[in-house]
Write a protein that binds this ligand. Structure first.
Ligand code: NZQ
Ligand code: ZN
Length: 390
């Protein structure tokens, strides 16, 4: 561990299959008026909406509803939420959904009482709210495991007009005050969304793990989480209602991106930068954009971080190192990752996500280039990685 850091996480988690009582307790300390926000209606079909509204009634809350949050929420939707939150002077925003709805609630939280252009300020310029500035507290009922949004400050918003999808990572004041994690709520997810969430979790861990070469506690934690994700994914794809597997996947997703395993170390995040640019062009499912390019990306950069990639092969995939060079081991680790992507049914290329050859230059231009990985990419290299992912 080489870095200096301050670690705090204000989100109170309520884990398990008693969501109604947990929500009543969690939300009781906040004001009376709740902005209940959710997506396209899955919560009405699977009963989660009934649980939540019953809990809010029992807790004596007055509810204003804001539905229709789309996967990959847009600036226009944030504008609508900002207006409704302000007009109703709500005390708390309760997001019921996956990463899109929770990210959206954070966006509305910081934008509602800001008079200027919120997109420009928070996402384009990456500013934080000033101390004392009015922001609305957010609580979450998680229905899809993957993004970690339930316990972090991330808020990813898409601007289709400018073809930009940008993630702003806010501080403690914007992170959810509480999150209700009931693994049973994820049972109704379509197979494709479950798998997308599983790969998203894996990718969050890889982005933090495949960087740096010091001996770091964070990396040992990452290895344990990856082994758990791989093991539980194999159970869940065959038996989606396996509570043990789904609870492990939910818990792993939360820890994969609640800042813990990134502490004290450099991090990569280029798969996410390219994946987000693909998302801006195609509106494709987030986790699938990541699985679609990961293999080509890692095959390209593993030569610059061979020792860590060899460790990944040995520790995470259990590949026998006997008689092999580090480069051989590293390559076998990526082969194992590729085989697992296919095994669970995540996207292993980007053509099926709507990417066409004429988009590649634009996607490369829309990818923010970061330098925390083993190799700082050029635009030309991003185009090559995208070509190899078609
Ligand atoms: O909208 P509804 O009808 O609810 O349907 C959703 C949506 O269509 C459905 N769904 C969710 N829970 C369900 C369910 N369907 C049946 N049963 C359930 N229990 O699943 C679909 C996808 O939901 P969404 O919230 O979009 O998925 P996810 O959790 O993957 O979130 C994706 C968004 O999060 C951002 C992504 O970029 C993307 O915009 N990210 C946020 C991060 C963060 N806050 O730190 C980090 C991530 O890397 C990611 O970028
Ligand atoms: Zn992600």
């Amino acid at each position: 561990m080489l870095g200096n850091f301050v670690y705090a996480n204000p989100t109170k988690l309520y884990f398990g299959d008693e969501p109604k009582n947990n929500l009543i307790e969690a939300i009781s300390g906040f004001g009376k008026k709740v902005l209940l926000t959710y997506g396209g209606g899955s919560i009405k079909r699977n009963g989660i909406y009934d649980d939540v509204t019953a809990a809010l009634t029992e807790a004596g809350k007055e509810v204003v509803e804001l539905s229709g949050v789309m996967p990959n929420p847009t600036v226009e939707k944030v504008e609508e939420g900002r207006r409704i939150a302000r007009e109703n002077n709500v005390d708390i925003i309760l997001a019921v959904g996956g990463g899109s709805t929770i990210d959206y609630a954070k966006a509305v939280s910081v934008s509602a009482w800001y008079d200027g252009d919120a997109w420009e300020r928070f996402w384009l310029h990456h500013e934080d709210p000033k101390p004392g500035e009015r922001i609305i507290p957010v609580g979450a009922v998680l229905t899809m495991a993957g993004t970690g949004s339930e316990m972090n400050g991330g808020s990813v918003i898409t601007n289709h007009a400018t073809k930009l999808k940008i993630g702003k990572v806010f501080g403690e004041e914007v992170m959810p005050k509480f999150a209700i994690l009931n693994p049973k709520y994820t049972f109704s997810l379509p197979h494709r969304q479950m798998v997308a969430g599983i790969f998203d979790t894996m990718s969050h861990i890889l982005e933090q793990y495949l960087s740096g070469d010091d001996d770091s506690t964070s990396d040992y934690l990452a290895e344990g989480l990856m082994r758990s994700v791989i093991s539980s994914s194999r159970v869940a794809v065959k038996d989606p209602e396996n509570y043990e597997a789904r609870s492990n996947l939910m818990w792993s997703a939360t820890w994969a991106l609640n800042t813990l395993i990134g502490e004290g170390k450099t991090q990569d995040w280029m798969v996410h930068m390219i994946g987000q640019a693909i998302g801006a062009y195609t509106d494709a499912t987030h986790g699938m954009t990541l699985s679609g390019i990961s293999v080509a990306y890692y095959r390209y950069i593993m030569r610059y971080g061979t020792t860590r990639f060899a460790r990944f092969a040995e520790v995470v995939w259990g590949i026998d190192s006997k008689g092999k060079t580090e480069a051989q081991l590293a390559a076998e680790g990526i082969d194992a990752l590729e085989a697992w992507i296919k095994e669970i049914g995540a996207a292993s290329e980007i053509t099926s996500l709507g990417v066409t050859e004429d988009m590649l230059e634009g996607i490369a231009r829309a990818s923010f280039i970061l330098k925390g990985g083993y190799k700082k990419l050029t635009r030309e290299e991003i185009v090559e990685i995208l070509k190899a992912s078609l």
